[in-house]
Design a protein around this ligand. Structure first.
Ligand code: AP5
Ligand code: MG
Length: 213
């Protein structure tokens, strides 16, 4: 199965992808995660991307398209994939169409996770990542102040500061929302209410993807 997880910052793409990759046995490909790993390793790509990411802007399309082409060429991507956070501009959307046609990997479905901006701000101010096992959690779940999975230290993502979150929401509205309209006539797109609990959101996604299994 080849699926795109689309939606605003904080809509729950990463949370759902972590569950869906196990359910469907396909790799979770998050451009944000790949870029953060490059940033942590201090590579040239990471340094270049970091300057855009930390301010809430988007990394240039040519960088992202090259990264995706490389990743979709890896052996595990032959089984299918779950794209998280890509495409998020019209240029990237056209790039994905061109790439999938060229390599013969058609997109089966797109899931649009819908959530109000106020919920986004609230969720992202409470999001923490574990510095040890990388699990993403929320301050409400981590009552002891440590990772509920491994007890590791919790860290706030650099771009989850409220002023940066506001920029990310604006960028989403201006640059990413037009992608949904472009894709409506082309792919099977499903609108998912992502304001429900994570379990309810997973259930709604499973129901939508049932037609593509
Ligand atoms: P990226 O990492 O893709 O960030 P994003 O799209 O802004 O989305 P987030 O990861 O913030 O949110 P999410 O939807 O994954 O939510 P999560 O599940 O964590 O991109 C970061 C940056 O990298 C970009 O700004 C850009 O600079 C660059 N970049 C990446 N891709 C790019 C591209 N294609 N082109 C150009 N630049 C690119 O959940 C959030 C919180 O809510 C968590 O605490 C979670 O526990 C909680 N939560 C989740 N679901 C629920 C629920 N149902 N109910 C209650 N709480 C919930
Ligand atoms: Mg994410």
């Amino acid at each position: 199965m080849r699926v795109m997880l689309l939606g605003a910052p904080g809509s729950g793409k990463g949370t759902q992808a972590a569950v869906l990759k196990g359910l469907y046995g396909i790799p979770h490909i998050s451009t944000g995660d790949i870029l953060r790993a490059e940033l942590a390793r201090g590579t040239e790509l990471g340094k270049k991307a970091g300057s855009y990411m930390n301010g809430g802007g988007l990394v240039p399309d040519d960088v992202i398209l090259e990264l995706i082409e490389t990743r979709l060429g890896e052996p595990d991507a032959r089984r299918g994939w779950l794209l998280d956070g890509f495409p998020r501009t019209l240029v990237q959307a056209h790039g994905l169409v061109e790439l999938t046609d060229r390599i013969g990997q058609a997109v089966d479905a797109g899931l649009i996770l819908h959530v109000d901006p106020e919920v986004v701000v609230q969720r992202l101010s409470g999001r923490r990542g574990c510095g040890k096992c990388q699990k993403v959690t929320n301050v409400a779940e981590a009552v002891s102040g440590a990772c509920p999975n491994c007890g590791g230290p919790l860290v706030l993502r650099e771009d989850d500061r409220p002023e940066v979150v506001r920029t990310r929401i604006q960028v989403f509205e201006q640059q990413t929302r037009p992608v949904f309209e472009l894709f409506r006539g082309r792919y099977a797109l499903y609108d998912i209410d992502a304001s429900k609990t994570p379990e309810q959101v997973t259930e709604a996604i499973r129901k939508a993807l049932g037609k593509h299994e």
